[in-house]
Design a binder for this molecule. Structure first.
Ligand code: HEM
Length: 457
């Protein structure tokens, strides 16, 4: 693009800048800034952050000029938990790790993981009872953590441990956000209750994963699981991943894979409540394709309605609602020069709701994916460039399989009159969404009940 405009966000306060508005409004605040210009300068604690709203400029940051950026301050804090794994390692180390780990996500490997997920999903979803009420997001956090654990350590009893780890994860993610937003780093080291809880969660999670990695190394490998692929990974000199790096990767996959998937599936089911006719159509598609048997990866290409609804969920309720980058060499973006050390912010979620790209952006309309008309670079729920999500295809397969199992067996209604809110924490997820399950057979008999709640922003 030729020339970008840099506009200052309005209502900047002395010292605080726009930090309060950002902390309070989060995604909604970023959405209000999106129409102001290609790049909007936000003041955060005396420092400028540049919000990139133009998809082509963002594409330049993530692909052509990706060598000129690191991931920024937020990821320095994430690193305290994830260590030096694929998501948080420095640029210089990233290429080596990505090359080593990419084969673990080959098509052949994904088919094997999908079989593990499909079986696990059937078990988990089959455990629910008629009339059971689910607090949906925490429930799916546990479920996705168990499935991610089975994919990594099949044959181990780690999935039992993973349920307790799932309960620690929210404390942990809150801790990371809190530590990042602290005005001074020494505050994070004080023996405050919140810091102690955070450290405890960190130690427990890493300890449990470390023990499971050691067991896997000691007892030999099950070649179909992700851990075996990670153990077999070699760089160009024939070196493998150290024990510590194996732990870093596993903790990364557990966190990156479970939170995002729990968010996606919660929103998907929320959207079904909003559109009972659509839920019915997807259930009919499942009945026709599966003929009552459990879903497998081979069925997915024939589940067009389910897949389109999944794409629409990733558009309207994009889990990764913000990301950061920081310049490590001077960069020119749209004719504007930025020196070393400048912080950038961008929101896929805000871009996915741009009315110029997606007409009636707040409407959940899966059929827009029959013939997509949006410009390129606008729909990127998994990011792009060298640091694009390595789990993108796996997550599409596994989420479709879990949702197919869920919808094949259960229909659901809202429980309680609580308002459902979109909470922009580490990922964008629904709060206050409680569902009562009924078996799908029984549901046919009571079809037509009003189940439509108000829209969520
Ligand atoms: C709906 C599900 C998911 C979404 C929306 C999602 C989104 C993303 C995004 C946007 C990034 C890019 C971050 C950046 O540019 O800084 C990313 C990176 C990453 N994701 Fe995912 N993700 C999902 C599922 C998964 C799963 C299931 C796994 C693991 C199996 C995973 C593992 C990773 C890893 C390791 C990275 C870092 C890649 C690198 O830097 O090379 N993600 N993800």
């Amino acid at each position: 693009m030729a020339h970008a405009t840099v506009v200052k966000a309005p209502n900047r306060l002395p010292v605080l800048g726009n930090a309060l508005a950002l902390a309070k409004g989060r995604l909604n605040y970023l959405e209000t800034l999106a129409p102001l210009g290609d790049i909007v300068e936000i003041g955060v604690g005396g420092q400028p952050y540049y919000l990139i709203n133009n998809p082509d400029l963002l594409h330049q940051v993530l692909t052509a000029d990706s060598d000129k950026f690191d991931k920024g301050r937020f990821f320095e804090h994430v690193k305290l938990f994830l260590g030096n794994g694929l998501m948080t390692c420095a640029k210089a180390e990233h290429r080596r790790q990505r090359r080593m780990i990419q084969p673990a996500f080959s098509q052949a490997a994904l088919r094997q993981y999908a079989a593990i997920v499909a079986e696990g999903a059937e078990q988990q979803v089959g455990r629910y009872a008629e009339g059971q009420v689910l607090e949906l997001y925490p429930e799916l956090q546990r479920l996705t953590m168990v499935l991610m654990s089975k994919t990594i350590f099949s044959g181990d009893d780690f999935d039992e441990v993973s349920v307790s780890l799932a309960d620690l994860l929210p404390e942990f993610l809150k801790g990371i956000l809190r530590q990042t937003l602290m005005p001074a780093d020494f505050l994070n080291k004080l023996p405050l209750p919140a810091n102690i809880r955070f450290q405890r969660a960190r130690t427990t999670i890493r300890g449990a994963v470390g023990a499971a990695v050691t067991r896997h190394l000691d007892t030999g490998q099950n070649s179909t699981d992700l851990m075996s692929q990670l153990i077999a990974a070699r760089d160009e000199h024939g070196a493998g991943l150290s024990h510590e790096l194996l732990v870093d990767q596993v903790v990364t996959f557990l966190m990156a894979g479970s939170e995002t998937s729990a968010s996606t599936m919660s929103w998907f089911l929320y959207a079904m409540i909003n559109a009972p006719e659509l839920e019915q159509e997807i259930a009919e598609e499942l009945a026709e394709v599966l003929q009552g048997r459990p879903p497998t990866v081979a069925d997915l290409p024939r589940l067009g309605k389910l897949n389109r609804a999944l794409m629409e969920t990733l558009r309207l309720y994009c889990p990764v609602w913000f990301q950061t980058r920081r310049t490590i060499t001077p960069v020119t973006l749209g004719g504007v020069e930025f020196p070393v050390g400048r912080n950038f912010l961008y929101s896929f979620a805000a871009m996915h709701r741009d009315p110029a790209a997606f007409p009636d952006p707040l409407e959940f309309r899966p059929d827009r994916w029959l013939r997509p008309t949006h410009p390129r670079n606008v729909f990127i729920p998994f990011g792009s460039g060298a640091r694009k999500c390595i789990g993108d295809n796996f997550s599409m397969l596994s989420n479709a399989l879990v949702l197919a199992s869920f919808l094949q067996r259960w229909t659901f209604s809202r429980e309680g009159g609580q308002e459902v809110k979109a909470f922009a924490g580490a990922v964008l997820h629904p709060q206050g969404l409680r569902l009562r399950l009924s078996s799908r057979q029984a549901a046919y008999a009571v079809a037509g009940q009003p189940r439509r709640p108000g829209p969520v922003r």
